[in-house]
Design a protein around this ligand. Structure first.
Ligand code: TMP
Length: 215
């Protein structure tokens, strides 16, 4: 099972990923946790270039290709091998982020994203994608508080203007409406346990489906 978490800034998706990983492990499953961009040591170096607030000159095409460069490394080095060992792979962001941030909010279009995805991810599509939805102002305020607290300098994307982040949220909501089977929209404005209960219900739905589909 390959499950991805998505959402605008400050949606709480990373916390939800960790909670789901713990619950799956308690139920006896082997879980592999990773993130994009930056899941591998090489990806982490690429992440620094992508998110360094000082890199204001980074061009949209460079941004898109670096997102996929980090992902290609992760797919080959960690994700495909973990899936091959039968582990549940949980990934914090994947190609849907590129579709939403670069394809929609940056205006590069979906076609170019799918084109590079074919090379970088070699047909790997999540079985389930959980979009933790949050209104833009609340999410950005949360993300900003966290960056200040942790003295995080990797805030280049967070610092995009409000209209950029509104496009991100809208694109996620459209994606969930277009891909009802794979992409589930979850209201992230509620307390963490309530969000986690919805996440768990969606994952149980996927487990049931795969049992019905047989080996
Ligand atoms: P994170 O804070 O969830 O780790 O995500 C890093 C930032 O990078 C976040 O602002 C979303 C952005 N991003 C993209 O613009 N495109 C992508 O493909 C990915 C994976 C992340």
């Amino acid at each position: 099972m390959f499950i991805t978490f998505e959402g605008p800034e400050g949606s709480g998706k990373s916390t939800q990923l960790r909670m789901l990983a713990a619950r799956l492990r308690e139920s006896g499953r082997a879980v592999f946790e990773t993130a994009e961009p930056g899941g591998t040591p090489i990806g982490l170096q690429i992440r620094r270039v992508l998110l360094d607030a000082a890199n204001t000159d980074l061009k949209p095409t460079t941004e898109l290709l670096l997102m996929f460069a980090a992902r290609a490394q992760n797919v080959e080095q960690w994700i495909l091998p973990a899936l091959g060992r039968g582990e549940v792979v949980l990934c914090d962001r994947f190609t849907d982020s590129t579709l939403v941030y670069q394809g929609s909010a940056r205006g590069m279009g979906a076609e170019v994203v799918y084109e590079v995805d074919r090379i970088a991810c070699r047909g790997l599509v999540p079985d389930l994608t959980l979009v933790i939805d949050i209104d833009v102002e609340t999410g950005l305020a949360r993300a900003h508080r966290r960056s200040v607290r942790t003295q995080d300098m990797e805030t280049r994307m967070e610092q995009q203007d409000l209209s950029f982040h509104r496009k991100v949220r809208e694109a996620y909501r459209r994606l969930a409406a277009d891909e009802l089977q794979r992409v589930k929209l979850i209201d992230g404005s509620r307390p963490e346990p309530a969000v986690a209960a919805d996440v768990w219900a969606e994952v149980q739905g996927l487990v049931k489906q795969s049992k019905e589909a047989g080996p």
